[in-house]
Ligand binder design. Sequence first.
Ligand code: ADP
Ligand code: MG
Length: 265
Amino acid sequence: MLRVRDATVTRWSSSLGRELRLLDGIDWDVAPGEHWVILGPNGAGKTTLMHLVGAMAQPSSGTVEVLGARLGRVDVRALRERIGFVDARLARSLRGSYTGLQTVMTGAFNTIVLQARRLAPAHEERARQLMGLVSALDLAGRRFEDCSQGERQRLLLARALMADPELLLLDEPAAGLDLPGREGLVAALVSLARDRPALPTATVTHHLEEIAPSTTHALLLRGGHVLAAGPVDDVLTSARVGDCFGVPVEVTGRRGRWAAAVEHA
Ligand SMILES: Nc1ncnc2c1ncn2[C@@H]1O[C@H](COP(=O)(O)OP(=O)(O)O)[C@@H](O)[C@H]1O
Ligand SMILES: [Mg+2]
């Protein structure tokens, strides 16, 4: 589903007067049915990596294959239609006056404005089914702007599934959620993994507590480099997570739920 080889992303910084390496020498493979968590401190390059594998950015060097298509050789617009994406920018750009149902239905053609004329009854049926999957059916008639942060994130998850994506990318979906909001999102991700077992997902977070128990793999990013990538139980060790965030931590994992506590001297 994803095959990234020695990928680098550089950007010119006019303030520094030199090239910045946002990602450096990235190798990453994602197979069907894998659920990845991407962890790393602020500025590690997590969003840049999501943009790269979401076909929203090109590698400066190296190769990126997404759903069998090599970036640079394919029409990225067609490729993007096969990828579900949720980030904070999307939440801000959607109309607050839309109902929950309308918000989800904008995902049918991945537009900000509802394409009412192109919508068929089957779209509404599908939207309601997906809202059921993420426990958001009771939000069908509520205005998006009146929904809590957690409710919005579940609606955006359902929205991202409307076009039946082959890959789902979530950039900090749990940011700013309270405990019930976070647990609602985690439960939605678990239901999704059960309902669509082959759909690969990658979720960016800063907090181990936000990792859904359906997660199979983890990638640790720091300073644009991959520190570790592989099965979640192998990667999320105290030593590796501590290295990644630059503080001594104790990582605990029980029944698929993870926690990290900083060890104070
Ligand atoms: N277009 C850009 N030009 C220059 N620097 C950028 C650009 N986009 C991001 N950066 C910098 O690259 C680094 C990685 O950014 P980002 O991928 O957003 O990190 P993360 O999502 O892990 O916090 C940050 O230091 C950020 O300031
Ligand atoms: Mg980011």
